[in-house]
Design a protein around this ligand. Structure first.
Ligand code: SF4
Length: 180
């Protein structure tokens, strides 16, 4: 996803034993925040989808959730989406020859997120924070506590999809890393 994000602090250390409960607490707060978002304006809209550009970072738990979700889907569908050439025009560029690589989970044929139910935090916040604004300015207001939630999110170790594959720290699914 193409974003201008607040600065992050990479933490290369192995997560402590309390990391799981820390993540569960974070998810509860994230769910509370997203429940207060003005999501009705997003129904039927895919303007954010053009910003689903590769290179953003996700947590280990988000990587594992994506893999677990893919395991529930038909193999042929997974192969179809992950096998797509992910080159798309640069969002907002006048020159169509200026391209960028889409997120591996962007289903370019159907214009949707292939892992939508388990999409990472940045994808859930996009369009609903002051620093990740709705690209068509359709969202009337954003939760005021989003910066605090995002700041706490940055405390978790995060890597790109490819980064987790390369470390195998995200328990990359068979056949998934091949498309990384
Ligand atoms: S995970 Fe889904 S919503 Fe997030 S950038 Fe990829 S395609 Fe877009």
């Amino acid at each position: 996803m193409l974003t201008l994000l607040p600065m992050a602090h990479a933490n290369p250390c192995t997560p402590p034993a309390s990391a799981h409960s820390d993540w569960e607490r974070f998810l509860a707060r994230r769910n509370d925040l997203t429940s207060r978002m003005a999501l009705s304006v997003c129904n039927g809209c895919d303007q954010c989808g053009g910003r689903c550009v590769d290179g953003f970072t996700v947590t280990r738990a988000e990587r594992e959730a994506a893999n677990a979700y893919l395991d529930t889907l038909p193999e042929a569908e997974v192969a179809r989406v992950l096998g797509q050439t992910k080159i798309i025009p640069w969002p907002g560029a006048d020159d169509p020859d200026i391209t960028v690589t889409a997120c591996r989970y962007r289903d370019l044929e159907n214009g949707r997120c292939f892992i939508y139910p388990v999409r990472p935090t940045v994808c859930r916040l996009f369009g609903h924070t002051s620093w990740l604004p709705c690209p068509i300015e359709a969202v009337p207001d954003v939760p005021t506590d989003a910066p605090e939630l995002w700041s706490d999110y940055l405390a978790f170790e995060r890597r790109t999809w490819n980064g987790w594959d390369e470390s195998n720290g995200g328990n990359a699914a068979d056949g998934d890393a091949a498309f990384g």
